[in-house]
Design a protein around this ligand. Structure first.
Ligand code: UDP
Length: 238
């Protein structure tokens, strides 16, 4: 087995990743593939935090088209991430991965509020921790939540798991000659104006020196390849 390069990892999983190519909020075969990858890392003793998005259920931007106030639409988006968090915890527990769920906005008896000391203790004993609720405020995204929690758990890598297998110079869906970067510094990515995460999140990672790995979560072993430093995706480094 290869040497593990990144031993503390924050995985940013978008809500869309849970849909696969389906039109439903969850596509179980797709989710099972993701769970297998997370379990593989957990068995290697890698400390894993997961920030879960909510885009498969609701995004704030969708609410404003019905005349909702932006902040209220974002609150609904935050609740969507909590719903996904509940499901993801259940799915992981079901395959024998001890998992704790925290929400930036506690929901009564349903989901505990986030507590950093408690979270670090759970990581120490090799539990997977899920962070729902983003940063807990409207006008943010779960990308910002991912950057924040990566810093708080002292992660050495933030994995942005997407449907695309890395960062390209132009959109590979519309340009057949698009070229993928294997490695980029934060400065190069900024200079080239590449869209990797939202700016607030990107800047937090840059300031706190958290590397970002971009990979296609639908490829087998994508997460494992990332943590051993042998990914076909893109690494944005300090
Ligand atoms: N959201 C928010 N504050 C946060 C995180 C999320 O208001 O800190 C809301 C926002 O409306 C967003 C929605 O929750 O559209 C779902 O999050 P996101 O779009 O980041 O999910 P993803 O695209 O990763 O599935």
């Amino acid at each position: 087995m290869q040497q593990v390069k990144y031993k503390r990892t924050l995985l940013k999983l978008s809500g869309e990743a849970l849909m696969g190519d389906s039109q439903h909020i969850f596509d179980k075969p797709t989710i099972d593939g993701i769970l297998t990858q997370i379990k593989q890392l957990n068995l290697l003793g890698i400390k894993i935090g997961i920030v879960i998005g909510g885009g498969n259920i609701f995004r704030g931007i969708n609410g404003t088209q019905f005349g909702l106030k932006p902040a209220n639409a974002d609150y609904m988006g935050i609740l969507a991430t909590v719903m996904n968090g509940i499901a993801l915890k259940d799915f992981l527990n079901h395959i024998g991965v001890k998992t704790y769920l925290y929400s930036a906005v506690p929901i009564g008896d349903i989901v505990k509020g986030y507590n950093r000391d408690n979270m670090l203790d759970k990581l120490d004993v090799n539990s997977v921790v899920i962070f729902a609720g983003g940063v807990g405020h409207p006008f943010f995204t779960t990308d910002s939540g991912a950057a924040l929690r990566a810093i708080e758990m002292n992660a050495d890598l933030l994995i942005k798991a997407t449907k695309v297998d890395g960062v390209y110079n132009v959109d590979p869906k519309t340009h057949t000659n698009a070229q993928k970067y294997t490695k980029l510094s934060f400065d190069e990515a900024m200079h080239k104006n590449l869209k990797i995460m939202d700016m607030a999140a990107f800047d937090l990672c840059r300031t706190h020196k958290v590397n970002i790995g971009v990979c296609n979560i639908f490829q087998a072993n994508a997460l494992y390849d990332m943590v051993i430093g042998n990914s076909q995706g893109t690494l944005i480094h300090v």
